[in-house]
Design a protein around this ligand. Structure first.
Ligand SMILES: *[C@@H]1O[C@H](CO)[C@@H](O)[C@H](O)[C@H]1NC(C)=O
Ligand SMILES: *[C@@H]1O[C@H](CO)[C@@H](O)[C@H](O)[C@H]1NC(C)=O
Ligand SMILES: *[C@@H]1O[C@H](CO)[C@@H](O)[C@H](O)[C@H]1NC(C)=O
Ligand SMILES: *[C@@H]1O[C@H](CO)[C@@H](O)[C@H](O)[C@H]1NC(C)=O
Ligand SMILES: *[C@@H]1O[C@H](CO)[C@@H](O)[C@H](O)[C@H]1NC(C)=O
Ligand SMILES: *[C@@H]1O[C@H](CO)[C@@H](O)[C@H](O)[C@H]1NC(C)=O
Ligand SMILES: *[C@@H]1O[C@H](CO)[C@@H](O)[C@H](O)[C@H]1NC(C)=O
Ligand SMILES: *[C@@H]1O[C@H](CO)[C@@H](O)[C@H](O)[C@H]1NC(C)=O
Ligand SMILES: *[C@@H]1O[C@H](CO)[C@@H](O)[C@H](O)[C@H]1NC(C)=O
Ligand SMILES: *[C@@H]1O[C@H](CO)[C@@H](O)[C@H](O)[C@H]1NC(C)=O
Ligand SMILES: *[C@@H]1O[C@H](CO)[C@@H](O)[C@H](O)[C@H]1NC(C)=O
Ligand SMILES: *[C@@H]1O[C@H](CO)[C@@H](O)[C@H](O)[C@H]1NC(C)=O
Ligand SMILES: [Cu+2]
Length: 590
């Protein structure tokens, strides 16, 4: 089948808006967040999951649907759920970012997320956005074309979510609290997983290997996502190749490759045709990582079985050859060669007039070890991280979310003086990597204020401070065009000439290469406070974050509406908190 010729044949219907309304529907889910015990690698661990399963339930909707998710928190932790990549247009209250758009749902309490899924199709995912609970609280979020419309590629025979994740022989919340207190990196994972299973390269995991049945000659759509706390992945299926058709819920020009590369937070929709002889073939994911002194270097794998292969036990499946862990050339080729599918549903041309230009450094640094404490980060200090030499911390006292402060015009929660550019230095010069003068970024809670509907361009510049490593940068509330990517210090004169303003890939998470840069552009059409952060969990906690405060538009329909009535309370008294833990909010507020 030649996928390249197919886009000429799309037949998506032009519907009147009244017909569209009739075709969209309301889809309702209930998420029970609970503390449960689960076994992997012959190790029994207490983990927090949704509805008893790892990964949690799949949300499966059509573009245009209204989604209602009742989240009941029966875990011992405050928790929020973030719908990663969903725009939440004029609806920041449903973004689920703890202390940015809401306070946590206190144990035994609930919150209902209500939102519309409009203007995007493909694969996204959902995850907890408080502590590192997303390590086990995650699932797929699939957005299909509206009724009567079809994909801009041949309808696959079957669609299979493939969620890449990781597993820790330890309580992940305790691991993070310990790491933050002592200033070192979090203990790394003991295994990687495919749909929750480590696979047979790990001890005791023969029976915990993901299996996929395929029929010869059929084409499948893999809806891949990387939910791991900090690893990028290389992914291959032995003897098969892929055609990438979407990333981060945005259609791409069909891209043929035998390897997929997925940064934390990203998704990839890839077709493959079962065109091999009957038998079994391993699919495998291994880490891509540079600069990090120590990390989990293991490989997870699952099996694609043709026709319920009766010979599976006698003939070992074919194993793909994966790149070495630091193969930046392979990763960069994948990350940089994707382009968006001009004219596909919801595609919008790149805005050409830029209102706000920002130059933002992303990188690691240090925080002084508190007096009298002993820290085990580099030089006996604590790890830190920053953007433009500002190391983000959540609002002091955590008495309200930043979005509430925006809506009610409260002062003292955050400031809007996030700088447009850094202190200039030779960012990727490794000989400056231990320059103490630029290492200690101050801790702050800052936003950059944007005019409604302004066009923003950001040059993300990675630094070599401490280590040159990758930073997958995610923006809430928006997708953005990736105009160019490269290595070294960004050079406006040379590099602006490389901008793709015709069909750049559209993403919500961009992997900024170690020792390199990426340029993105977006239109700030969504008022509210939106988190911008590295999707490596430690880096987020160390402060590699900032926020955008996007002003309301001129009309009520272009402004942030009032919060839902069941919005979790923030500034509650100790008695109230006790009451809520013992009963639930309904009765405590009577
Ligand atoms: C989760 O569990 C609850 C309670 O058992 C159930 O009502 C709900 O349908 C389940 N949700 C999903 C998405 O499976
Ligand atoms: C639930 O979480 C707590 C941590 O607060 C843990 O100590 C406990 O063992 C867990 N319980 C279950 C049933 O997993
Ligand atoms: C969802 O869309 C409908 C129809 O346009 C609108 O009435 C409703 O307010 C929207 N809901 C949210 C939460 O944005
Ligand atoms: C992290 O790893 C260290 C060294 O293996 C171990 O001593 C510590 O208990 C681990 N921390 C947690 C919270 O599991
Ligand atoms: C895997 O399952 C088989 C069959 O149920 C069982 O005999 C074997 O002990 C299991 N192996 C492990 C490591 O659990
Ligand atoms: C694959 O086929 C086998 C044998 O028919 C069946 O037991 C298994 O449940 C199937 N697996 C999936 C993921 O459909
Ligand atoms: C199993 O192996 C036999 C002998 O090699 C072969 O004839 C048969 O086609 C195989 N079955 C499948 C489903 O691959
Ligand atoms: C990758 O790592 C190997 C082993 O540590 C090293 O020899 C090699 O130079 C590295 N390659 C790159 C491109 O960094
Ligand atoms: C893919 O990316 C690499 C590295 O950016 C580049 O050298 C190569 O020309 C690209 N190939 C295509 C087909 O675009
Ligand atoms: C935002 O600006 C674009 C043009 O850049 C325009 O097409 C669009 O209607 C504007 N959106 C709103 C809500 O004003
Ligand atoms: C949980 O949330 C409540 C309400 O916002 C807050 O009072 C409490 O301190 C939070 N607990 C933790 C451990 O963050
Ligand atoms: C909260 O408490 C009220 C009154 O005790 C009860 O009716 C309600 O079902 C409880 N809700 C939850 C989510 O536990
Ligand atoms: Cu990072």
């Amino acid at each position: 089948m030649n996928l390249l010729i197919f886009p000429l044949q799309w037949g998506f219907l032009l519907l009147t808006s009244s017909l569209l309304l009739a075709l969209s529907s309301t889809v309702e889910y209930t998420f029970n967040i609970e503390n449960t015990s689960m076994q992997r690698l012959c190790h029994e661990e207490s983990i927090v999951v949704v509805n008893g399963s790892l990964p949690g339930p799949t949300i499966d909707v059509r573009e245009g649907d209204t989604v209602i998710v009742h989240v009941l928190n029966q875990s011992p932790y405050n928790i929020t759920i973030h719908w990663h990549g969903v725009y939440q247009l004029f609806n920041g209250w449903a973004d689920g970012t703890e202390y940015v758009t809401q306070c946590g749902i206190v144990p035994r309490n609930s919150y209902t997320y209500t939102f519309n899924v409009t203007g995007q199709e493909g694969t996204l995912w959902w995850h907890a956005h408080s502590f590192d609970l997303r390590g086990t609280v995650y699932g797929a979020f699939i957005i299909r074309p509206p009724l009567g419309s079809s994909y801009p590629f041949p309808q696959p025979y079957q669609e299979l979510p493939i969620l890449l994740g990781d597993w820790y022989n330890g309580n992940i919340v305790d691991i993070e609290i310990e790491a933050l207190a002592e200033g070192h990196g979090s203990n790394y994972s003991n295994a990687y997983t495919i749909n929750g299973f480590p696979g047979d390269l790990y001890n005791c995991s023969q029976n915990q290997t993901y299996k996929m049945n395929v029929t010869q000659g059929k084409t499948y759509l893999l809806r891949m996502m990387n939910a791991a706390l900090d690893s990028h992945f290389f992914f291959k299926l032995a003897n098969h190749s892929f055609t990438v058709v979407a990333v981060d819920a945005s259609y791409t020009v069909p891209y043929h490759t035998d390897i997929l590369v997925i940064a934390p937070g990203q998704t990839v929709d890839a077709l493959f045709t079962a065109n091999q002889s009957n038998g079994s073939y391993y699919m495998a994911a291994s880490p891509y990582n540079v600069g990090v002194p120590a990390f989990d270097k293991t490989t997870t794998r699952g099996i694609a079985v043709y026709g319920n292969d009766e010979n599976e036990t006698t003939t070992p499946p074919v194993m793909p050859v994966l790149p070495v862990v630091n193969d930046t050339a392979t990763a960069f080729t994948f990350y940089s060669n994707l382009t968006s599918l001009v004219g596909a549903p919801h595609w919008v041309p790149v805005p050409l007039n830029v209102d706000e230009r920002m130059f933002i450094t992303v990188g690691l640094g240090l925080e002084h070890c508190p007096e009298g404490a002993s820290c085990s980060g580099p030089n006996g200090e604590k790890y830190s991280a920053s953007m433009n030499n500002e190391s983000f911390v959540l609002p002091k006292g955590r008495r309200s979310s930043m979005l509430e402060a925006f809506y009610y015009n409260m002062s003292g929660v955050f400031t809007t003086d996030f700088p447009d550019h850094p202190v200039w230095f030779d960012f990727t010069n490794e000989s400056l990597s231990d320059d103490v003068a630029i290492m200690y970024a101050p801790k702050s809670t800052k936003a950059k204020r944007l005019k409604f509907n302004s066009t923003v361009e950001i040059v993300y510049q990675n630094t070599a401070l401490l280590y040159e490593i990758n930073h997958p940068m995610h923006i809430h509330g928006y997708s953005f065009y990736v105009l160019a990517q490269g290595f070294g210090d960004f050079n406006p004169r040379l590099d602006q000439a490389k901008y793709n303003l015709i069909n750049p890939q559209i993403r919500n998470t961009i992997a900024v290469s170690a020792g390199g840069w990426a340029v993105i552009r977006f239109q700030a059409n969504n008022p509210g406070v939106w988190f911008v952060h590295c999707h490596v969990d430690d880096h987020l906690e160390w402060g590699l974050d900032m926020t955008f405060e996007v002003e309301n538009g001129p009309t009520p329909s272009t402004s942030l509406p009032p919060p839902p009535i069941d919005m979790p309370e923030c500034d509650i008294s100790a008695n109230m908190y006790k009451c809520m833990l013992e009963t639930n909010n309904t009765s405590c507020f009577l």
